[in-house]
Design a protein around this ligand. Structure first.
Ligand code: WQD
Length: 341
């Protein structure tokens, strides 16, 4: 009997790629998604890749009664991977209570159900944003957690603390928080990928939409930073590498190989790339000249952030294998399919 895993937000960008990798490893998957930032068509995309249609429940996790009903129906879960959350940094500054309700209340409702399970193995979607501008690079997991620069970032910090306290108080709950650096790219099949709603806030979807003619020009937010070429540095990790790390982390908990009830891992490539380096890589793999101009700095941006991957490599036994070029080519292929180019 295959183990069944709940993936909340499983129709989203990282969630859908993780569902594919779970199915590839023989897990049955049930997805909860409220479709607020995703499309039901992603289910078919997943099925086109794996040949297996995940179970799907359209539930808004802010409705506690619906969450309780779900766990009455699905009472044999082996694990949960929790992606469902609002994640737009800028929006969170303008709508903090929407973020605290949607990212924190829902987590508490889920944890209350996990505590009733015989064994709850939980993987939590966290973010390198918890480090703010780290004092040392590359960033290790024990780097100080800085005061959050946005309500979104705060919900990730608070979320980790809530889970940690729950694991300490309930010995049937174990968890791993995965702190993502910058997820980019799309599945090589082009059946699934990133579906930004409205004007993309993140660099790579803005680049691909500019190359596709949807956006006129990319603004590079500042070239006067203390970096090699003056533009900000980030650790861009292929979403498929990131998805595979979630399966490895879940298997760590299922096998009881975790060293404590709550663990944290940075998920990045360990390599920093500047905005201009990303643009150059994109132009190389797409063979297209990108229209961009230098603009003012974006408030809240950190200068540089890239992961120390030693802990994930050694303890999780996971390492990113795909390059920046691989990720940008996959993002461009996905964009061309979306735009029917
Ligand atoms: C990357 C770099 C921008 C757009 C955010 C969240 C983080 C995580 C990943 C959820 C920066 C520059 C961007 C543009 C630009 N999300 N840029 N022009 O800000 O590192 O991280 O997404 O977990 O929590 O904070 O990613 O892609 O927005 O920006 O010059 O049109 O690209 O200034 O240097 P970021 P990003």
């Amino acid at each position: 009997m295959a183990k069944k895993v709940l993936v909340t937000g499983g129709l989203g960008f990282i969630g859908s790629h993780t569902v594919v990798e779970l199915q590839n490893k023989g897990f049955d998957v049930v997805i909860i998604d409220n479709l607020s930032n995703s499309s039901i068509a992603v289910l078919d995309g997943i099925c086109n890749i794996t040949g297996k249609l995940p179970e799907f429940e359209k539930i808004d996790l802010r409705d506690r009664s619906k969450v309780q009903a779900f766990f009455k129906k699905y009472n044999n879960l082996s694990g949960v991977i929790h992606f469902a959350a609002s994640k737009a940094v800028g929006e969170s500054v303008n709508k903090p209570l929407l973020y605290y309700e949607n990212n924190i209340n829902t987590l508490v409702y889920l944890l209350q159900e996990f505590c009733e399970m015989p064994a709850a193995n939980v993987i939590f979607s966290s973010s390198c944003t918890v480090y703010g501008q780290a004092d040392e690079l590359p960033i290790k997991e024990h780097a100080p957690i800085k005061p959050a620069e946005s309500p979104y970032g705060n919900t990730k910090q608070i979320g980790e603390e809530i889970i940690k306290d729950t694991c300490s108080a309930h010995n049937n709950v174990t968890a791993i928080a995965l702190r993502y650096f910058n997820p980019i790219g799309a599945h090589e099949s082009t059946y699934i990928g990133e579906l930004p709603i409205g004007v993309p806030q993140n660099l790579v979807p803005f680049i691909t939409q500019t190359a596709a003619g949807i956006r006129t020009q990319l603004s590079v937010f500042g070239n006067d930073y203390p970096t090699e070429d003056g533009t900000c540095v980030r650790d861009y990790i292929h979403v498929v590498d990131l998805a595979k790390a979630h399966v490895v982390a879940l298997e760590r908990l299922l096998s009881g190989s975790n060293k404590s009830s709550f663990e944290v891992f940075n998920l990045g490539t360990g390599k920093g790339s500047s905005v201009l380096e990303v643009i150059n890589s994109f132009e190389k793999v797409s063979n297209k000249k990108l229209n961009y101009s230098i603009a003012d700095r974006r408030p809240g941006d950190v200068i540089a952030a890239y992961a120390d991957t030693e802990k994930a490599n050694k303890e999780l036994g996971w390492k990113a294998t795909l390059s920046l070029d691989d990720a940008l080519l996959s993002a461009w292929n996905w964009q061309k399919k979306l735009s029917k180019l």
